[in-house]
Design a binder for this molecule. Structure first.
Ligand code: NAD
Length: 491
């Protein structure tokens, strides 16, 4: 198969060096193909094109209704090609097809939501002290936006970045994760087909450094939107200080899922499993710390252990698969390393705790793993594992639960399960996290803002805040009077 190419200035082009990088199927580590391996020169070229496309137009000055029409067209094309996009994500990322199908549908929805938002009112007028002054604000596109995304939602993360960026009239350069270029390639073929003007949406594959770091450091880039690990986020923020570019960071998490004793146990067990094992736990908001009210812990854990043993782990393309492989051998090793550190630090295994030694050994599979009684300062409790590993603790009161839930450097998400509505809201108001759920987990909506507290990042994606984050506010003050100012008395 021909290598996947960058998309620069409206054309699919190889990296200048001609270099490529293989991308794999994590279910068996077979090679799926190769993608262009960009160097700094490719990133610089994309920036030059984007700069010109933004400064000279037409995209930033294209009427909102026309920008919306392109985005609606793209959404239709995504929907028409959803099955292919989903299969590419399953093959290249490993996630079960039912999850990849959901992502593809959500991707179309994201472009459609921001297409609609582009034409809605965005400015304001102000009552000011002088009746002869009309004071208004308008929102304008920010400029050239570098967008760097991780491998866990290859298609959907591209949509979260490109849809609001393009809707608001920016010129966007997307840098996907090295491991997952395949669905993004198809997305850019559809972007090409939808007829976006050259330079408005561009794609460069390649390593975080240099392809991504050049975007983060460039004085000609106005904004960096980043989703990925906290360590990388810190580097990006430092690189962005040169020209004080706008930065939004969607980083890691260690989200709590808190279950009070008044719940239906069967229901709560399934949600707890969904919280950590959906997406193999490679989900930024995964419910990786479970807290149970002491009175239900034994009964809950008995049910949880039995249910975890029934999870169907296998190739994501199979209809009955409920959990796929991890993204890479290196990541599998990292997750297994955390499991070993959990054992060494004295935590007790309820289930899982290893890879597989059957046919799945070809791929990067890890058993659904649950640890009990981990010391509060154990690495498996404190650090983001980004895999199917859950720690369980108990609590004795509402105050105890909130203190334990908040005892983390992260603040992306969290959930509480209880039938007591007032307690649920009391708890959620005290939880230091940007995305929360009561009696459910994982839901994201294109309409509602997404992002973290604390070291899970800052800024919001999705919803109207996600659009606003791709705009500058300009204040316009108009004098309605033609009278002299009267400031200089002698003229
Ligand atoms: P990562 O930080 O290693 O990589 C993310 C992206 O950054 C990749 O495209 C990579 O090439 C690029 N990158 C790496 N070094 C760079 C540098 N120096 N300059 C510029 N770009 C660079 O993360 P990952 O391993 O791909 O993804 C996993 C992480 O992403 C997890 O920590 C997870 O929590 C986080 N994540 C967060 C969210 C969210 O919404 N908060 C969503 C998905 C994933």
């Amino acid at each position: 198969m021909a290598p996947l190419l960058n998309y620069i200035n409206g054309r699919f082009v190889p990296a200048r060096s001609g270099r490529t990088r293989e991308y794999l199927n994590p279910a068996d580590n077979s090679v799926l193909g190769e993608a262009a391996e960009s160097e700094a020169v490719d990133a610089e070229e994309a920036i030059t094109v984007a700069r010109e496309a933004f400064d000279e137009g037409p995209w930033p000055w294209t009427p909102a209704a026309e920008r919306a029409a392109k985005l609606f067209k793209l959404a239709d094309l995504i929907e028409a090609n959803a099955e292919e996009l989903a299969r590419r994500d399953t093959l290249n990322n490993g996630k079960p097809l039912r999850e990849a199908r959901f992502d593809a549908a959500d991707t179309a929805g994201c472009f459609r939501y921001y297409a609609g938002l582009a034409t809605k009112p965005h400015g304001q007028t102000y009552e000011v002290g002088d009746p002869n002054i009309l004071s208004q604000s308008v929102r304008e596109p920010l400029g050239v936006c570098g967008q760097i995304i991780p491998w866990n939602y290859p298609l959907l993360m591209a949509a979260w970045k490109l849809a609001p960026g393009l809707a608001a009239g920016n010129c966007c350069i997307l840098k996907p994760a090295e491991l997952t270029p395949w669905s993004v390639q198809r997305l850019f073929e559809l972007i090409d087909e939808a007829g976006f003007p050259p330079g408005s949406a561009q794609l460069i594959y390649g390593a975080g450094d240099p392809a991504g770091s050049v975007l983060a450091a460039s004085e000609r880039v106005d904004k960096i939107a980043f989703t990925g690990g906290t360590v990388t986020g810190r580097k990006i923020m430092q690189a962005a200080t040169g020209n004080l570019k706008r930065v939004t960071l969607e980083l890691g998490g260690k989200s709590p899922l808190v279950i009070f004793g008044d719940v239906d146990l069967e229901v709560a067990v399934e949600y707890a499993m969904f919280g950590i094992f959906a997406g193999q736990g490679e989900v930024c908001n995964a419910g990786s710390r479970l807290f149970l009210e002491r009175g239900i812990a034994d009964a809950f854990l008995e049910k949880l252990a039995a249910a975890c043993g029934k999870i169907v782990v296998g190739n994501g393309l199979k209809d009955d698969t409920e959990m796929g492989p991890l993204i890479s051998r290196a990541h599998q090793k990292k997750v297994l390393g955390y499991i070993e550190s959990g054992k060494a630090e004295g935590a007790q295994l309820l289930c899982g705790g290893a890879g597989y030694d059957d046919a799945r050994a070809q791929g990067n599979f890890v058993q659904p793993t649950v640890f009990l009684k981990a010391p509060p300062d154990a690495r498996i409790v404190r650090e983001e594992i980004f895999g199917p590993v859950l720690t369980v603790d108990v609590f004795d009161s509402e105050e105890d639960a909130i203190r334990k839930a908040n005892d983390t450097i992260y603040g992306l998400a969290g959930a509480v399960f209880t039938k007591d509505g007032a307690r649920a809201l009391r708890f959620i108001r005290k939880l230091r996290a940007g995305v929360t759920w009561i009696n459910t987990f994982h839901l994201t909506f294109n309409e509602a803002p997404w992002g973290g507290y604390k070291q899970s990042g800052f800024g919001r994606e999705l919803g109207t805040p996600g659009y606003d984050a791709y705009t500058e506010i300009k204040q316009i003050n108009t004098n309605l009077s033609s009278a002299r100012l009267g400031w200089f008395k002698g003229i």
